[in-house]
Design a protein around this ligand. Sequence first.
Ligand code: LLP
Length: 508
Amino acid sequence: MAPAAGGTSEGSGTTPVVGAAATTAAGEPGATGGPGATAVVAGQLGSTALPVGSAGEPWSSGVRRGNDGAVEVAGVGVAELAADHGTPSYVLDEADFRARARAYRTAFEAAFAAVGTGVDVYYAGKALLTMAVARWAREEGLRVDTASGGELAVALRAGVPGEAIGLHGNNKSDAEIAHAFDHGVGRIIVDSLAEIDRVADLAAERGVVAPVMVRVTTGVHAGGHEYISTAHEDQKFGLSVNVAAGPGTDSPAMAALLRILERPSLRLLGIHSHIGSQILDPDGFEAAARAVLELRAELATRTGVLVGEVDLGGGYGIAYLPGEVALDPERVAQDIASSVAEAAANLGTPLPRFSIEPGRAIVGPAGMTLYTVGTVKPVTVGGDDGEPFTRLYVSVDGGMSDNIRPALYGADYHAEVVGRSSVAEPVLARVVGKHCESGDIVVHQVMLPGDVRAGDLLAVAATGAYGRSMASNYNMLPRPPVVGVRDGASRVLVRRETEDDLLRLDQG
Ligand code: LLP
């Protein structure tokens, strides 16, 4: 075990370090101090693999720091990764991805079997979808949830059968819907009354019966940031189970279900609810599930139709920082299963089959971004209390184009110098990118060794979800490759963009 900064436990080699091993707060030796520095945690990389879902570990389970201080992922050293693939690169630990996929599937299968029903796990491709990733998900017994024609195309090209794919979207095009019909997509999740009519008309024209679920909003609001919490009422997704347009009228959710039952070209599979993302408290899932089961029972009372499926969406939160505790799949599965069993019993209805759609919890911790440090600049800042302090600005060769989450959501990440050990005192640092924008921040605050310098390799943990999938070409930066690592070998899953790629679209 060799913490990146100022470590003394080098070479212990066996003990997993969880949580606060190397915490260095402002005011303690090594910190440059200053406001906002108190929660900063220094290097945490363990030399022993941790079980999936370990508290306090944002790195993938294949990440280890060797006795020389250099880090490897699934047996591949970061220097080798940088030499073979360049930086910045997204590095994806295949075994970790598979283990998390399996952990979610087996935890939910066991918990729902214990209450007498089944569950399907859909991997939410929006978090990161490449053909290899889709195949891994499939091989681990997951289905694939897509949110656009493009995601659908990747899943299909990877060989995922249409019936194992769900198609989402609040504004699907006719072409996307037709694409779904052509490939026998197993479920189209409809999001508005207008879309119900459109899907029904298109299905009727083609002589097919479209399997649909209705996306509802339950009023439950959960998740890490307002922009990624989707089940409260005043937003574009879903149909409300609560708010009717006027007295004596049906809720939009009920109206949608009734409308579907009127259309012979639609087959009503069930009800869908997604309440948000990066959720660390299972209560929201349970409350939303109860509301959905109530709606299902009400529909049965009114029409005699008891829909067979309920999808509870994704949103399972992960650790981004050392010491943060991810949702534990077994615990959350058991909590949800027992709460839906109780709710269904109270309603006097048999349980439906369930499905869930985790994205971040499967791929987030499996990925890290490997950068090369460039300019390092100490900046003296006037603190709130008037005491100036120094923050070390560490620039890397990527930035907001490969990870927009800090700029968009104020998301926090953890970084370490991974190419070597250092005995230099840790200092308060901010990792920034190379874009023409002061908000181009990769890690707001982290303790890095005081001798961090140009040429150092620096890794940011838990970037597997919504990093590459939300990447842009801002400032005409080519997007980094996705490099898969497994059993001591690396392989390019998505190659690095080139300037020629960027220019290919420009018609002059
Ligand atoms: N199912 C549905 C219907 C969703 O809308 C989402 C995410 C998921 C599943 C997967 O959620 P997850 O398990 O990954 O939390 N760009 C934001 C996250 C947006 C999530 C949108 N929907 C971020 O970077 O945090």
